[in-house]
Design a protein around this ligand. Structure first.
Ligand code: MN
Length: 207
């Protein structure tokens, strides 16, 4: 059985003008799909054949020689998680999530400033990640396809900072993209539901 491109959770123009249909058609239709196509050329005949995507990510992360399988499998999950964390609907952190933002970062404004700093200063390709660790929220960044889930991390939100994520809409202005993402694209209700699932039984989204 081969891996499939998970459906986008909204229409290709749903995030416009903040993230254009042009960006989504390339990012989802070409880049995300490209990782699926590539993984399906790498896995047949290996020990990963027949495994779930989650197991492929976990197992290949331990084998240096299987870096290609790790990169492509992790990129499938990372992108599905990224799409699911955005929507066109206005939302704001509330309740437990808002409390954790305040106790972890000081305030929503401090949280935003730290998110912009971590994401803008990540060198090269990768993602910034909001994770839940030891009862608090943590912001960090990881290179290329690296993902917290390969080491048991509990992600609440990721932001793709590869140039393909923003170049069509913002050219080289990564900080403009980050501010737009944080202010208008993040679906905080999804972040809150991810937090609730993690606090209930440690589960993260499966794609
Ligand atoms: Mn991407």
């Amino acid at each position: 059985m081969s891996f499939e491109l998970p459906p986008l959770p909204y229409a290709m123009d749903a995030l416009a003008p903040h993230m254009s249909e042009n960006t989504l058609s390339f990012h989802y239709g070409k880049h995300h799909n490209g990782y699926v196509v590539k993984l399906n050329t790498l896995v047949p005949g290996t020990k990963y054949e027949g495994m779930s995507l989650m197991d492929v990510i976990a197992e290949s992360s331990k084998v240096a020689a299987d870096k290609g399988i790790f990169n492509n499998s992790a990129q499938i999950w990372n992108h599905s998680f990224f799409w699911a964390g955005m929507s066109a609907a206005a939302s704001a952190p509330s309740g437990r999530l808002a409390e954790l933002i305040d106790s972890s970062f000081g305030s929503m404004a401090d949280f935003k400033a730290k998110f912009l700093d971590v994401s803008a200063n990540h060198f090269g390709s990768g993602y910034s990640w909001l994770t839940f660790e030891g009862g608090k929220l943590v912001l960090s960044s990881l290179g290329n396809a690296e993902t917290p889930i390969s080491s048991g991390g509990k992600p609440l939100l990721n932001c793709d900072v590869w140039e393909h994520a923003y170049y069509l809409d913002f050219q080289n202005l990564r900080p403009k993209f980050l501010e737009t993402f944080f202010d208008t694209l993040v679906d905080w209700d999804v972040v809150a539901s991810r937090l609730a699932a993690i606090e209930k039984d440690g589960s993260v989204a499966v794609y």
